[in-house]
Design a protein around this ligand. Structure first.
Ligand code: 5AD
Ligand code: SF4
Length: 482
């Protein structure tokens, strides 16, 4: 993990080093030199902002990007105040892409008033050649584009964007390089995401992730454990282990390790009190993992287990490698071992060929499993994926009507399920002062639900017992137990 760096010791008049991460420290030092010039001209430091538009992996990447920008001498600011604005994009559904184009439109007017504004784009959407082409031709005021495989290079690319006049584009098709020894600016001092693997090998037929994030690569357990030990030393109490499919963690390592075994090792790290992980693919969720979760009370009683569809026929078309019955059986096994577990899921409505009967199967699973919450998505056609060229694309109106019915069902059930702990006392990790109610703080229980209760800011970062006095929809009002 990153160690504090003395930038004055770096000789920026010499050629840049070839090896990483030394090369990036050299460019951070170069950027700091540029920042000094900016400060002399403007009597203030330059401001940067990183706008995160995607999933938890993306959010973690954004923390790394912010860490690099801070070391490069920038201050972090709101999007509107940035001299350097970086969008970390998502492309999993088309509305994410449309949002980016919308932002770019607004930024263009800003740049016309302030030509020194620098605009950069990175993340999953930039891995698509047709997107880069569109930006190059239609949004030529953008200064920098890079992808998901080379975010570690931000210092070098930033320096080029600051000092060169033409658009800098650096997108890699794939990589086997994992560069980690770089700074990171965590949003919360007491909890952190930790990447345990990158990429995905599953090729679900609707999903663009394997194309933009590349093949699955696991980090070694030693590296992960040493990162978490350092985080614990830094005051972190909760870690979220991140990967597109954490249940297949370690399978491709030279010395294969199971995800359950990694979890057991993480749980032995002193100072770490809560362990979460995201995302689990049902086809790879092992009994060893269920047992490990049952045995280890540091592992949060929460599983995000994307269902996608309740119809075995559609699941097969989706290339998910499980049936409705196997999914139901899996949730039964999980609940047998941990009756109090919170189960959440992702569901796609309107996959090509989905009939009303298929949709009824999805509703049936929702009613049987009774999820604590579910993210519901309208199927979005992603060019290049097998599903995009399937016949029988579901008409938009049909899709929307099903979506509304599903959402209603999901919310009705979640509303009932979320109340089940009313009256109990649960440990809550306090995250922040409550913005809406003076004198209140807000935190999360192990099952990820929020609790708001009277308390002062000194509680932030602590795990405290709270009585769940009143269930209000998807959160609780509570009272701290002394
Ligand atoms: N259309 C709609 N939803 C999608 N997801 C992934 N690809 C698509 C798509 N093409 C959803 C899945 C996944 C979540 C992160 O996004 O439900 O679990
Ligand atoms: Fe996409 Fe499937 Fe991989 Fe998840 S497991 S990232 S849905 S291909």
């Amino acid at each position: 993990m990153y160690q504090e760096m003395d930038f004055d010791k770096i000789d920026i008049s010499s050629e840049p080093p070839v090896v990483e991460p030394a090369r990036q420290y050299y460019f951070m030092a170069k950027c700091r030199e540029w920042v000094k010039g900016f400060e002399q001209r403007n009597h203030r430091l330059p401001c940067a902002s990183v706008v995160n538009m995607g999933c938890q992996m993306n959010a973690r990447d954004s923390e790394k990007l912010r860490g690099i920008l801070l070391e490069a001498g920038f201050e972090m600011a709101e999007e509107e105040k940035g001299d350097f604005v970086l969008y970390n994009t998502c492309t999993v559904r088309d509305n994410a892409n449309q949002k980016v184009y919308g932002h770019l439109g607004a930024l263009h007017s800003r740049k016309k008033k302030n030509p020194s504004l620098k605009i950069a784009l990175c993340g999953c959407m930039m891995q698509e050649p047709k997107v880069v082409e569109r930006i190059r031709t239609t949004y030529s005021f953008v200064d920098l584009i890079f992808g998901t495989h080379n975010i570690f290079k931000l210092a070098e690319l930033l320096y080029r964007a600051l000092t060169e006049k033409k658009m800098v584009i650096d997108v890699w098709e794939s990589t086997d390089q994992i560069v980690e020894e770089l700074p990171s600016n965590r949003k919360y001092p007491f909890k952190s995401g930790v990447n345990i693997m990158y990429g995905c090998n599953n090729f679900c037929s609707y999903c663009i992730v394997p194309y933009v994030r590349g093949r699955e690569r696991s980090r070694s357990p030693q590296e992960i454990l040493s990162e978490i030990e350092k985080l614990a030393g830094d005051g972190v109490k909760e870690v979220m282990l991140l990967g597109q499919n954490v249940n297949s963690y370690g399978k491709t390592l030279k010395e294969p390790v199971s995800f359950a075994s990694l979890l057991r090792q993480v749980s032995q790290i002193e100072g770490i009190e809560r362990i979460r992980f995201m995302t689990s693919h049902p086809k790879d969720l092992s009994d060893e993992l269920i047992e490990t979760m049952g045995d280890c009370n540091k592992i949060c009683r929460h599983l995000h287990l994307p269902l996608q569809s309740g119809s075995s026929r559609i699941l097969q078309q989706m290339n998910r490698h499980y049936t409705k019955e196997q999914y139901l059986e899996l949730t039964r096994r999980i609940r047998n071992c941990m009756p109090d577990i919170s189960l959440t899921t992702d569901i796609i409505v309107g996959f090509p060929g989905e009939t009303e009967e298929d949709f009824q199967e999805t509703l049936d699973v929702v009613r049987q499993v009774r999820f604590d919450s579910a993210f519901t998505f309208l199927y979005s056609k992603r060019t290049g994926t097998p599903a995009a060229s399937m016949e029988d694309q579901v008409p938009e109106a049909v899709m929307k009507e099903r979506f509304d019915r599903l959402l209603q069902e999901v919310q009705k059930i979640a509303f009932q399920v979320c109340r089940r702990e009313a009256g109990m006392v649960k440990d809550v990790l306090v995250e922040c002062v409550n913005d809406h109610q003076k004198g209140y703080v807000s935190g999360r229980m192990g099952n990820n639900l929020m609790v708001h209760f009277p308390g002062d800011p000194s509680l932030i970062g602590q795990i405290v017992p709270v009585e769940l006095v009143e269930a209000r929809g998807f959160y609780y009002m509570g009272k701290m137990k002394h």
